[in-house]
Design a protein around this ligand. Structure first.
Ligand code: ZN
Length: 84
């Protein structure tokens, strides 16, 4: 039995988080298993840092499930392309 890391709990049991937009300070609601959310006021995109544990955790696939793992890895590589 693999013990759960804090990041995986957020992915397996999604909960709503409220973050502040870095640009305009507006509150942005982001579900913990979503990789990004858009500010309703200025449209800037914020990213969910919780998902990044999947990237380096060697148990991530077992931890969150193969389907979720692949979805997250796809989103993460997409995000990296956007950043560069
Ligand atoms: Zn904003």
């Amino acid at each position: 039995m693999v013990s759960q890391c804090p990041g995986a709990i957020n992915i397996r049991m999604p909960r709503l988080e409220v973050k502040n937009c870095p640009k305009c300070g507006e509150e942005i609601e982001i579900v913990s298993n979503e990789s990004s959310a858009k500010c309703s006021k200025c449209g800037s995109v914020i990213y969910n840092d919780l998902l990044s544990c999947v990237e380096w955790c060697e148990y991530a696939k077992e931890c969150v499930g193969e389907k979720t793992y692949e979805k997250i890895m796809q989103e993460l590589s997409k995000r990296k392309q956007e950043e560069h």
